[in-house]
Design a protein around this ligand. Structure first.
Ligand code: ADP
Ligand code: MG
Length: 347
């Protein structure tokens, strides 16, 4: 069975190569020309494997994330530059969440035959300009034809000093819970687009959704200063991602509702609904815990840091309102939007 499938793939290879917006080889050459050289990459695009050099005393961090048309983005809502930027941010944000230093990215692309080459060029421009900002480059990937829709898989390789990567599993009872930035802005934009599917929003008015920046500097500083006991990036939403920390650490938690920094979006800026701050995904902020004995600055690397609660001995996580009433903060994440999943966007 496996052998037969292989044959089928082999037999169709030349067709695949010629049916892409540009032929496969020409497309790879085009990508290669746009990619700069970086010190960590000994051998990049053009060989069978990339060869990378880890800094002495460091370990490799590796993360992989899909960006799928109709699931994570829509061509009528997201510009190609925004799709490229969001694609790489997903990977860089995972490296940030470990306190790591990014080294290189790998991009596997499956493109429909009728996709204009201009779309691919603009997508790469968005991706590579973010890569350049964080001193990394594309060191390889794969290219094929997709029978339906654009599929992009990003792999990011990073490094951290041996044993120092910040895990989800280190939270201790009585640790304080902190978040960076503001929450809910990205999911609230998705809801706006669902309400008015034909109106294209101006990406510059909603940068945290269209051009999210990974919190790499913040993550690195938290590791260097030994501040965070556990950390995760907010890709699925506060309720889901805090549940991940609690589950991995074997603890529970309490979140003060009025302490949550709720995003304000648009022009004029309007505070988003609490449900987006609690359950909305793709904010790419960092959620971390720290010992009550550590002083955590209110701003790190230019990003506001807010204490929103504390870790308790046992689960679940409770949300406590200003009247002192608490209810369980069940992880809802993007499942909340599951009914809209087909044409919508989720992480
Ligand atoms: P192989 O058959 O060995 O997988 P390919 O022809 O697929 O080689 O790729 C040739 C080179 O181009 C490799 O270095 C690969 O990593 C790189 N490459 C292919 N597709 C992409 C892409 N979409 N982005 C970046 N590099 C790519
Ligand atoms: Mg290949």
């Amino acid at each position: 069975m496996l052998f037969a499938r292989r044959l089928l793939i082999l037999a169709s290879a030349p067709i695949i190569a010629s049916a892409l917006p540009l032929a496969e080889k020409a497309l790879i050459d085009r990508i290669r020309r746009q990619v700069g050289k970086r010190r960590a990459v000994m051998v990049g695009i053009g060989d069978d494997c990339a060869v990378l050099r880890l800094p002495p005393g460091h370990e490799a961090l590796i993360t992989t994330d899909f960006s799928l048309e109709g699931i994570h983005f829509r061509r009528d809502w997201h510009s190609p530059e925004a799709v490229g930027c969001r694609c790489l941010t997903r990977g860089l944000s995972d490296i940030a969440a470990m306190g790591g230093e990014p080294m290189a990215a790998f991009l596997s692309l499956a493109l429909p035959r009728n996709l204009p080459q201009k779309w691919v060029d603009r997508f790469l421009r968005g991706l590579l300009s973010l890569a350049g900002k964080y001193g990394i480059t594309l060191a390889g990937g794969d290219t094929a034809e997709s029978p339906d829709g654009i599929l992009a898989d990003i792999v990011v390789l990073g490094s951290a000093p041996r044993g120092k990567a910040i895990r989800r599993s280190g939270a201790k009872p009585n640790d304080r819970i902190y978040v960076s930035g503001e929450l809910g802005g990205s999911a609230a934009v998705v809801q706006r687009m669902m309400k008015h599917p034909r109106r294209m929003l101006n990406p510059r008015d909603f940068p945290r959704h269209f051009f999210p920046e990974p919190r790499l500097e913040l993550g690195r500083i938290l590791r260097e200063k030994g501040l965070a006991t556990a950390m995760i990036d907010l890709s699925d939403g506060l309720s889901t991602d805090l549940a991940h920390i609690c589950e991995e650490s074997g603890v529970g938690g309490e979140v003060q509702q009025e302490a949550i920094p709720i995003a304000a979006i648009g022009k004029p800026a309007q505070e988003v609904d609490l449900k987006f701050a609690l359950h909305g995904g793709e904010d790419y902020e960092l959620l971390f815990t720290a010992s009550p004995r550590k002083r955590v600055p209110r701003r790190i690397a230019g990003v506001p840091i807010t204490m929103i609660g504390h870790i308790s001995r046992r689960g679940p996580v409770f949300l406590v309102n200003q009247h002192g009433a608490g209810y369980e903060l069940a992880p809802q994440g993007w499942e909340h939007f599951a009914g809209n999943r087909a044409p919508g966007v989720r992480s």
